[in-house]
Design a binder for this molecule. Structure first.
Ligand code: ASP
Ligand code: MG
Length: 415
């Protein structure tokens, strides 16, 4: 019996009518001869509401109780989906994470899935159940407490189930009809991609494209889960959505497949740190202990300062981590572990990135990107590259312009 995983995000189960719409899609796959594991999110807005209730009740909440509360939205949609399917004469049963069980670490509010035991669900399939509806985003810790997987975690639940059960495919139903060359709200020329390679999707997801949780893409890549992103509001066809797949399945690689951006970046510069071994460790050690997601890093000495043994260190991090980063660096200075003259924070920057596996084999992509930005009069503040990505930090007010100009320059509107 072939098995599919179908995941429905918050907007796809936002009310009873939408749950019915989603259930129709599940029923259609059952009629196509599949057993189905359905992963559901909470109704849209529900998780935010629950998080709000927790913070209002207890600002420095106990993370175990946060998880107890915040995981509950998915329990509601799982039960309702199972009931709706039963009403349509589809044998269905709901499962909370602990019932499966989905075993996770005990890192409450950002737990990782360690293992999913398929026996219980498979036993029910053997008895004739056609659909297992599983509450996404949750699991159980070794201590027996409910855990959650971090915001957007139902995507990861879905991919993990697809891997654990050897599903034929993992379909992620959402409110957009696939992965785009960039955000259509920023460039009207954005085009839906039929296919995208795991690695590109991973870069796009971690660079701020919000279609899939980054960890779900990592998992899909590792276990080679065939992942499809599609809209629950459109008719299903064979070419619907975007297939996230191995790069071998993509015939022709363009140098750039997509332009990603993130508005909420900050640039921090430590002025006049010593240019001696151990200084970078003295800066980034405390930052990492404080949980700061440092992204781009530059260290450079002007010729003028050469020989003086001092340098500046610049890095970027999300704006909402600036206060914590400052605190960590000030503490390092106070303890004598780190010496610097000044800490300059620029919170008015945005990151724009060009991503494409074709970059590996084609040269000139960076030059073209920089020329395009310069033609628009946009100053580049920081540059970082990987094998398949070039990111720049620019003034936030030019972000849209930069995205549009790059989208044009790399002709992404053309199929
Ligand atoms: N409901 C959770 C959230 O809003 C998990 C998810 O939908 O993926 O983050
Ligand atoms: Mg989501």
């Amino acid at each position: 019996m072939s098995l599919l995983v179908m995941k429905f995000g918050g907007t796809s189960v936002a009310d009873l009518a939408r749950i019915e719409n989603a259930a129709q899609k599940v029923k259609a796959e059952v009629e196509n001869g599949h057993n189905v594991i359905v992963i559901v999110s909470a109704m849209s807005g529900k998780t935010n509401e629950l998080v709000g209730w927790v913070s209002e009740t207890s600002p420095f909440y106990d993370a175990r109780e946060y998880d107890a509360v915040v995981s509950s939205g998915e329990n509601v949609t799982a039960g309702l989906m199972a009931l709706r399917l039963q009403e349509m004469d589809v044998p269905a049963r709901s499962w909370q994470g602990w019932q499966v069980p989905v075993k996770t670490t005990s890192a409450h509010s950002s737990a990782r899935i360690e293992d999913i035991l398929p026996q219980n669900i498979n036993a029910k399939f053997a008895e004739g159940m056609k659909v297992a509806v599983v509450a996404g985003f949750q699991g159980i810790s070794p201590e027996g407490r409910i855990t959650t997987l971090g915001r957007g975690g139902s995507d990861t639940t879905a991919v993990a189930f697809a891997a654990a059960f050897g599903a034929e495919r993992c379909d992620i139903y959402t409110d957009v009809d696939g992965v785009y060359t960039t955000d259509p709200r920023v460039s009207e020329k954005a085009r839906k991609l039929d296919k995208i390679a795991f690695e590109e999707m991973l870069e796009l997801a971690s660079l701020g494209a919000k279609v899939l949780q980054t960890r779900s893409v990592e998992l899909a890549m590792r276990y080679k889960v065939k992942l499809r992103v599609l809209s629950s509001f459109e008719e299903q066809t064979d070419t619907a959505g975007t297939l996230v797949c191995d790069e071998e399945e993509i015939m022709e690689n363009r140098p750039v497949s997509g332009i990603a951006f993130s508005r909420d970046e900050a640039k921090m510069t430590l002025v006049s740190v010593l240019d001696t071994p151990g200084v970078a460790a003295a800066i980034f050690g405390p930052l990492s202990e404080a949980g700061i997601n440092v992204d781009m890093i530059i260290q450079n000495i002007s010729e003028e300062d050469a020989g003086k043994n001092i340098t500046d260190m610049t890095f970027s991090c999300p704006t909402d981590q600036v206060a914590r980063a400052k605190k960590a660096l000030d503490a390092a200075q106070a303890s004598g572990a780190l010496v610097f003259d000044e800490l300059i924070v620029d919170e008015n920057v945005a990151k724009v990135s060009a991503v494409g596996i074709g970059m590996r084999s084609q040269s000139g992509v960076a030059a073209k990107m920089f020329k395009t930005l310069s033609d628009e009069g946009i100053n580049i503040k920081v540059i970082a590259t990987s094998e398949i990505k070039i990111s720049v930090l620019i003034d936030r007010k030019y972000m849209e312009l930069a995205v549009q100009a790059l989208h044009d320059a790399f002709e992404l509107e053309r199929a």
